[in-house]
Design a protein around this ligand. Structure first.
Ligand code: XMP
Length: 506
């Protein structure tokens, strides 16, 4: 496959996904992975990713230049181009103004990477430093305002200053295909049906006749993991579903029906509503609520899992972005943790971990889920935070507020589905404010809660914009909630982007 060395670019996962979409295996490794480790994986090609630092900085993130001498094709992107230049004897200087966003790229002299790309095209730039002198043996293949593409064809080293993996780079997909197939001659060895067969066999082998425990949340990752493991070992899998009382409307019933009845998974449903509610009494600080909910979850799960005799494995729905994030070397990585899974489990548990999705990106997890027969709408659910409605009821949480919010949220989600809007947005929900306002209903004056309808569009959950719904849609959602949910008489729509706002309100 193709190895991507991670220098901290926010786009490096995207490169791997683009390559996998071509049917070629690709993985992301920290930039300081040893050459031996890299060679042991027998890569068809290596990509040096972008990154926030400067090659001229004192503690610049470098690689061994021997990497360029193994006959393995190399593609340097952004920082990767500057690094290649720097290590092979060229020079990189601080740019005068940097370039951010779209730029016009002109090919001066084509090469196999740029084969089939038009002479002028739009590319996506995000850099400050720039190449001043190309290394000996290299030619300059194209420019924006600066030298933007260089290569040494004899050594199969290709570099671009822009980001071919970003969709704003018009012909980026062609360049990646050129690299993967024409330059690296990488085999098409990545198929999700093979992945399922391979993983089922591995689980059988690893688990033998032992028992596996899994915390099922109803979310995409744990559900797909559960169904996949069940396919391998059947009833040796015991799922635990904890109803915290902070879930979406009828969530427990739905999970029991969708996965218990339909897929015949063994699910132990734990009704812990009262425990959570008692612990949350009088608490209004968001971080305090998060901690309480997270801790209580661990306590409940721990108790329940120890009641299951002879369980040796603990299965989790860890996916590849979690793995990349956890291995990313802190310095170069500008990765901001987008979420910390509650349902995260205590360190000292004496189980062996089983993580059958740890090689997959989210869209691949969804495909595997559908391949396993999980209905489309279930594998395309929006993410739901571990602390649940506990952080969507601002301030103190109580049962009455939970009930009100569940009803309102359910109406919003139902309308999104009805209008075919659900999958056009990344995350949508209702927030309940601890604010009452005056309204009028019939001849009566009302004094009830205000709720906020929130919907965000994002690819990475680190930046997001609010969803631009038609007014008529919002009007209908607002009317329905106010008319059907007792306790709410006013709806606001959140029109803030992230940053500086966040997606959740707490
Ligand atoms: P924010 O609100 O920070 O959220 O823009 C980004 C993403 O993270 C989710 N989120 C959480 N997930 N535990 C979780 O499991 C949490 O405490 C938590 N806080 C935020 C949020 O729903 C969004 O998808």
């Amino acid at each position: 496959g193709i190895i991507i060395l991670d220098f901290g670019s926010q786009y490096n996962q995207l490169i791997a996904r683009r390559i996998r979409e071509l049917g070629v295996y690709s993985e992301v490794l920290p930039f300081n992975t040893s050459i031996e480790d890299i060679l042991a994986r027998n890569p068809s090609g290596i990509i040096l990713s972008g990154g926030p630092s400067s090659v001229n900085a004192e503690n610049a993130h470098l690689v061994d230049r021997a990497l360029f001498e193994k006959g393995i094709p190399v593609l340097g992107i952004c920082y990767g181009m500057q690094l290649t230049t720097h290590l092979l004897g060229g020079t990189v200087k601080k740019g005068e103004k940097g370039e951010y966003g779209k730029a016009k790229f002109e090919i001066l002299k084509s090469n196999p990477l740029l084969s089939g790309v038009s002479r002028f095209s739009t590319v996506w730039m995000s850099h400050f430093d720039e190449v001043e002198n190309v290394p000996e043996g290299f030619v300059s293949n194209g420019t924006t305002d600066v030298i933007s593409a260089i290569s040494d064809e004899s050594k199969k080293i290709y570099c671009v200053q822009f980001h071919p993996e970003v969709s704003h780079t018009e012909e980026g997909a062609r360049m990646i295909e050129n690299f993967v197939f024409n330059i690296c001659k990488a085999p098409k060895d990545w198929k999700l049906t093979n992945y399922i067969d391979k993983t089922v066999a591995e689980i059988k082998e690893k688990v033998g006749d032992q028992k596996v425990i899994l915390g099922l949340s109803g979310g995409v990752d744990s559900s797909v993991a559960a169904v996949l493991i069940h396919k391998a070992i059947g009833d040796q899998l015991q799922c635990i579903f904890v109803d915290t009382g902070l879930l979406r409307k009828d969530e427990a019933e739905k999970v029991m029906k969708n996965y218990g009845e339909h897929f015949h998974l063994n699910i132990k449903l734990i009704d812990a509503k009262d425990r959570f509610m008692t612990k949350l009494k009088g608490v209004s600080d968001p971080e305090a609520k998060r901690k309480i909910i997270g801790n209580e979850f661990v306590v409940v799960f721990d108790e329940e899992s120890h009641k299951i005799e002879g369980a040796k494995f603990l299965a989790q729905g860890t996916i590849y972005p979690d793995v990349i994030e956890s291995q990313s070397v802190k310095g170069p990585s500008a990765v901001i943790k987008s979420h910390h899974n509650v349902g995260g489990l205590p360190e000292e548990m004496d189980f062996e971990l089983l993580e059958p999705l740890r090689e997959l990106f989210k869209d691949e997890v969804r495909k595997v889920g559908e391949e396993l027969g999980i209905p489309h709408h279930l594998v395309h659910r929006h993410p739901f935070p571990g602390p649940g409605l506990g952080i969507r009821i601002l301030g103190e949480v109580d049962e009455e507020k939970v009930k009100i919010l569940q009803e309102a949220d359910d109406i919003f989600i139902e309308e999104l589905y009805k209008n075919n809007l659900y999958e056009t947005v990344s995350q949508a929900f209702v927030v309940l404010l601890p604010v009452k306002s005056v309204g009028v209903m019939g001849d009566e004056r009302t004094y009830e809660y205000t709720a906020v309808v929130r919907s965000a569009n994002t690819t990475d959950f680190m930046t997001a914009t609010f969803s631009k719904f038609p007014w008529e849609f919002l009007e209908n959602v607002s009317n329905r909630i106010i008319n059907e949910v007792k306790g709410i008489n006013r709806i606001a729509y959140d029109i803030s982007s992230k940053p500086p706002a966040t997606i959740e309100w707490e």
